[in-house]
Design a protein around this ligand. Sequence first.
Ligand code: G
Ligand code: G
Ligand code: MN
Ligand code: NA
Length: 254
Amino acid sequence: LTIERELRQALRFGQFELYYQPLIDLGTEKIVGAEALVRWNHPVHGMVSPADFIPAAEESGLIVPLGKWVLKTACYQAKGIQKALARDFKISVNLSARQLNEPDFITTLERCLRETGLAAASLELEVTESTLMVDAENVIPRLEQLRQKGCSLAIDDFGTGYSSLSYLKRLPINSLKVDRSFVKDLPEDEEDRAITSLIVAMANSLHYKVVVEGVETKEQHEFLSGCGCHYGQGFLYSRPLPADHFIALLFADD
Ligand code: G
Ligand code: G
Ligand code: MN
Ligand code: NA
């Protein structure tokens, strides 16, 4: 079987699953949202990481129907959580370049929000800097349409791409997600301390929400809250969890 046929069958047979990683308010240490992360529950190989199949899904175009499934499932789940939770909850979904450049992407997104009843303001879409570089001239109007619908936009893996600050300024974004490579040697590494505190200060003064990824230790948490970072994600708080485990954690935390 080619990977493309295998992915197509996996979609048909319901072998994809969403895991959820909590987004933490560093001040209160409460869960304020989650990032949806797809997994392939393969009948032979077990749980397969998206790093091992997203590239093939993009290459073959299967990312388009898979991405629709991810979006719909994540919005549906988030709406369910909101009904049961006494406070605000936001869901973040990763988008690939191929999805973003689909002519009917906005229609798909609108249908998804309408069918699940999730407010656009509760949905954040994450795109990487490299995604923004694919067809950069068409991407900005597309992002503006998403913003007009009321969705939030985040730049994922921030700091690892090549986008200039002047390009960043032209983008209608709400959040920066600082790549975990800058966090892994905190707080010991002097350069990483300078880089992360500078990104956080810049994001705060440009009024972007800043999320630091890959927080694994208490010391990293302390350093980051100390430099004015308001949100974090990482193994210190929780690994990505299957939906039922995530919901149990969320309600235990409420
Ligand atoms: O969950 P994990 O760390 O294994 O994810 C690896 C990579 O796969 C991350 O870069 C993440 O952004 C990407 N990824 C996870 N879920 C999705 C998805 O639904 N769509 C796209 N396009 N990428 C995803
Ligand atoms: O590129 P993106 O940010 O979407 O990828 C999220 C990926 O990062 C997920 O696959 C998740 O498993 C991984 N991840 C999340 N938190 C941590 C962490 O604290 N440490 C490490 N090493 N990886 C993490
Ligand atoms: Mn992401
Ligand atoms: Na990231």
